[in-house]
Design a protein around this ligand. Sequence first.
Ligand SMILES: [Mg+2]
Ligand SMILES: [Zn+2]
Length: 220
Amino acid sequence: MPSSPSAECLATERETIVTPVPRPAAFLDRDGTLIEERSYPTRVEDIVPLPGAGRALRRLKAAGFLTIVLTNQSAIARGMLDEEHLGALHEHLSGELAGEGGAIDDVLYCPHHPDGSNLAYAFRCDCRKPGEGLLAMALQRHDIDLSRSLFIGDQPRDMFVGAGKVGGRILVTSGHPIDDTSSADMVAPSLEVAVDWLLDGVPDGVAAITPGAAPSDGAD
Ligand SMILES: [Mg+2]
Ligand SMILES: [Zn+2]
């Protein structure tokens, strides 16, 4: 059967579209990592990017990383805001960070909590961190090379230890106090400094990296 040139051309185009090279992602926590840690922020004025967060995103993008926010937002289950409202807050946040040249490729959130008051969201789910549902969702939506990907957050649950060997896990101390850093490859004071250290190397004399840190036996 003769094939028309246009069909061949279409097939070639389609091939280039459906076979992108997997890219590493930087999976970022939101509260305490990208923005100031505040209790259930519901107003745009409470969404305050941490200093240098936009610059850090810009550097990650320039280095080839997708930037994907994975965040627990139980304020929805708690009846403090709805998903539309949360979407508006994230639009605002994206705009603020874009002002510093930083771009967020995707925001995935868990709206659930077993003790919630909004019964539509009040259940135990797979997507509330430390569950891995948000990561699974991101891997479905984007073509990601997990082995080169980074996890950056201010709590051990942001490290997604179940994902196995990845490019790096970095805890930042800009949000919650961190008692147990055993899940991280590096501890940095902020997202901005973490990205500088990752891309430029850790300055001499800075005790930032705990190479090959194994989870302690007593960790639960
Ligand atoms: Mg946090
Ligand atoms: Zn959930």
